[in-house]
Write a protein that binds this ligand. Structure first.
Ligand code: NAP
Length: 325
């Protein structure tokens, strides 16, 4: 099979395109003919080795993808043959991800993809959609809450805005860095956007919430925004923190504790089976009914994987970059 792989950490030059042996599904696994592979920031970070060093001698990158089940190992329901699926954790604690014509993985990691949902959209679900959804469902959910989505035009943020609306948030605010991103976040369903670079975020959020502050933040940059949280949050707010632009986040102790703010750190790869089932259970009917807009910004050929990694690293696109396999 054609695949992209690397055998050492480094810049995108370490990515090679070549022929590898097509995997065989073991017991409990399915073999998926990958149609589209999704690229996420953690893919270039893992390749670079900044957070995690090479855990395997050879890695096929990418956790997200979508395709069709072509074969299965023992113990998997034969009725799934030919089923369209989307994939989660393709390359997480496993060497071979979705940047290839085929992937073999546990059957549970290949989730049925409704007919009406494209493979491109399916390749955005494992990380961006589930990260957004868990950030809204965790700690009691967001129904009736005032929700702030920082980085509302990002891959995760754009889903978070839409999903907060679907889950019954009372108000959905977003931070963005410019007018084009504001338009993208507003089209997703935000009530208002705050330019975090040019506006006084604290004053604007106070104004937009009638002085109450927000009940939940779906936070893309804990380090960048940690000092602000006590000023924009209502008492007892939850900060669902999934990203941080730098390693050290600072939260001023007294004002943060006085407001009883809870910070829920989470990584989508490590959702429990119950958390993932809850999120997938909420997501599937929305997909089937076409209730989500999937911001696929660019579809490149598999052979352009290095370019895709660089473009995601540079934040050049508003939305997801995917590869046709
Ligand atoms: N914990 C998890 O499981 C998990 C899952 C998915 C992603 N992540 C992490 O989350 C981050 C975002 O992922 P993504 O795929 O959504 O990336 P993305 O598509 O590049 O979006 C990031 C967005 O955040 C905005 N942004 C950056 N710094 C900001 C700040 N201080 N305040 C407000 N907005 C800010 C960026 O826009 P501007 O630069 O224009 O402001 C951009 O729109 C990455 O660091 C990724 O590694 C973690």
């Amino acid at each position: 099979m054609k695949a992209v792989f690397y055998e050492t950490n480094g810049t995108s030059d370490v990515l090679r395109v070549g022929e590898l042996t097509t995997p065989s599904p073991a017991a409990g696994e399915v073999l998926v003919r990958v149609a589209v592979s999704g690229v996420n920031p953690s893919d270039w970070k893992t390749r670079l080795g900044s957070a995690r060093k090479m855990a395997f001698p050879r890695v096929i990158p990418h956790s997200d993808g979508a395709g069709v089940i072509e074969a299965m190992g023992e113990g998997v329901d034969r009725a799934r043959l030919g089923q369209r699926v989307w994939i989660w954790n393709g390359q997480w604690k496993r060497p071979f991800g979705t940047a290839a014509e085929y992937i073999a993985l546990p059957a549970i990691q290949a989730v049925p993809l409704p007919e009406s949902t494209s493979f491109e959209a399916g390749a955005c679900l494992g990380i961006p959609a589930l990260t957004a959804l868990h950030g809204l469902l965790t700690d009691g959910g967001c129904a009736g809450q005032r929700v702030l989505v920082t980085g509302g035009a990002g891959s995760v943020g754009h889903y978070a805005i839409q999903m907060a609306r679907l889950l019954g948030a009372a108000q959905v605010l977003a931070t963005v860095s410019g007018p084009e991103k504001a338009a993208h976040a507003m089209a997703a369903g935000a009530d208002a956007c705050v330019n975090y670079r040019s506006e006084d975020q604290v004053a604007r959020i106070a104004e937009l919430t009638g002085g109450a502050g927000v009940d939940r933040v779906v936070e893309v940059d804990l380090a960048g925004n940690g000092r602000l949280l006590h000023q924009i949050c209502a008492h007892g707010a939850i900060v669902a923190g999934y990203g941080s632009n730098t390693q050290e986040a600072v939260f001023p102790f007294s004002p943060t504790i006085s407001k009883g703010i809870g910070v829920r750190f989470y990584i989508v790869y490590e959702l429990t089976a119950a958390q993932r089932a809850t999120a997938v259970g909420a997501l599937t009917p929305w997909l089937a009914r076409g209730m989500l807009h999937h911001a696929v910004a660019a579809t490149l050929p598999l052979a352009d994987c290095a370019r895709a990694h660089d473009e995601v690293q540079q934040g050049r696109h508003m939305g997801n970059v995917v590869l046709a396999c």
